[in-house]
Design a protein around this ligand. Sequence first.
Ligand SMILES: [Zn+2]
Ligand SMILES: [Zn+2]
Length: 388
Amino acid sequence: MGAIAGIKSIQFPPLADKTLSQLRQQRYRASGLRPARWLPRAGRGLMGAMKALRFYEPGKVAVVDVADPAASPGEVILRVHATGLCNSDVRVFLGEKKAVAGVIPGHEIAGEVVTVGRGARATVGDVVSLCPILCCGRCSFCREGYRNRCPSRRTLGYDLDGGIAEYLRVPPELVSLGHLLPMEPATPPHLRALLEPFACVLNSIVSLNVQAGAPMAIVGGGPMGLLHLIAGRAWGAGPILVAEPDEHRRAVARELGADIVATPEEAPALGRDATHGEGFPAVAVAVGLAPALPLALDLARRLGWINLFAGFPPASTHTLDLNRVHYDEVRILGTQNAPFGLYARAAALIPRLPALDRVVTNRYALPDAADAYTARLGREGLKSAVLM
Ligand SMILES: [Zn+2]
Ligand SMILES: [Zn+2]
């Protein structure tokens, strides 16, 4: 590790001899989990029944017939057009994150209003995507606009049925909070389903104080890292570095306009070259593995921000040279989901960013929804979406 101009070089624990992707693969293989398709592939739902994917317990998801949802007062029924599979859905499948047994997963939902319950403010035919959060509306977080940090928060796809289904009953709280956001109908469904993940990325970009004309680094070139790249470019940040062990993902990052694409091992030296030895004022960590943190610290400029964007396996810890925080005033934060205001901005940006299409590589019909898990677990392609 070379010296940063004018200051003593600081040693961080080197990346383990295994690359980040090898670690992830190893974790998957050790889990022994494989998604199972329990029922034979069937056509559309029976009369009064629909097809939906259910999560039963870690390692068990299946497409089944469930009753069509009906709208009670205040509720809305959506015909789901597309639902994205998030890495956090995969973490639920692996037992790293909690969800209610029997729940229909999927919180990245795009659809169309088909039934409006009495008193619900929506119109049949509205093309919408969701902010999947239900919150109390009374706590200090809700009052400050941070509904995503409400202690009583519940989320579709984890606590209540989500969108990997033909239809979705939208709870009255979610309708009255205004969490059905109108989307441009001409935008393809798999891109409208990016509303929630893209709002999360905008929260990361805003929290990192990404600036036009200022460098930015992204650790991890998976779907969320690449969404950071697309958002960072839209923000005017540059040069943008993407550190990613997988060659194919590095190629996509290059195609999407990253200025510097590097393996995690090469990234610190290339990053210093690109920033006059100073490092990056904004570093997004879009991979939930502890060895990503020392790399992020190595990439960060004095006074720089590091955002732990990805969730980590439970009880992940890492030692840290505290003087990097004290003397260099490096600031480490985390973001999870997004304040509601950023959803509206994401809805406005999505139709204007055609590069987003490059990230949703794997698309599945609902009867094959379990294959979306298999693809993500096997790191085939980038983001997966289920199209209804
Ligand atoms: Zn998500
Ligand atoms: Zn609250």
